[in-house]
Each structure stands twice: as structure tokens, then as C-alpha cells.
Design a protein around this ligand. Structure first.
Ligand SMILES: [Zn+2]
Length: 84
């Protein structure tokens, strides 16, 4: 259940979509596929309280290196600032 009919930021129309959210916990990242309401006008992503709780859970697991059941997805990199 998503509690929004219109965007709380700009009052625009929102549509339900599957979206990929990148979460970070400590040095680990995870891409989580969730449903969100996305504003057609400003692009704001709106998540249900259940989804936000799930994000928190995943972040905690990432911080604790507790990634059992998570599917490995490529590698992560950090690009240093080259002073440009
Ligand atoms: Zn909006």
C-alpha cells in the first residue's frame, strides 16, 4: 500500500512503478528492487513505510556484513579525485 495519490512536493500526478534503489551500509552497496510511486512532474520517488523499513533493514545488514541471501552483483569501485 502506497499512501500517496499526488506528489507531496509539487502536487503532480504519481504513478506506481518498479524501481531500483541503491542502498549503502558501511562499505557495501545493494541494489534493491521495490515498488514506488514516482512523480511524473518532478521525478520524486515516494516509498511506503514498509519499503522504508526494508531499506533500513538492508542497510543494517550491509553494515554488519550480513549478506547471506543477497545476490552478488558486479563489483564496486571508488574513483579518486584526480585534482581536475
Ligand atoms: Zn512532484
Amino acid at each position: 500500500m502506497i499512501p500517496f495519490n499526488t506528489c507531496p512536493v509539487c502536487n503532480g500526478e504519481v504513478v506506481a512503478k518498479q524501481t531500483e534503489k541503491l542502498l549503502r551500509g558501511g562499505v557495501n552497496f545493494a541494489a534493491v528492487i521495490v515498488s514506488a510511486e514516482i512523480c511524473l512532474r518532478c521525478g520524486e520517488h515516494l516509498y511506503s513505510p514498509e519499503t522504508l523499513r526494508r531499506f533500513e533493514q538492508v542497510r543494517r545488514k550491509l553494515s554488519a556484513q550480513d549478506v547471506e541471501g543477497f545476490e552478488p552483483l558486479g563489483r564496486s569501485f571508488r574513483i579518486p579525485n584526480e585534482g581536475g
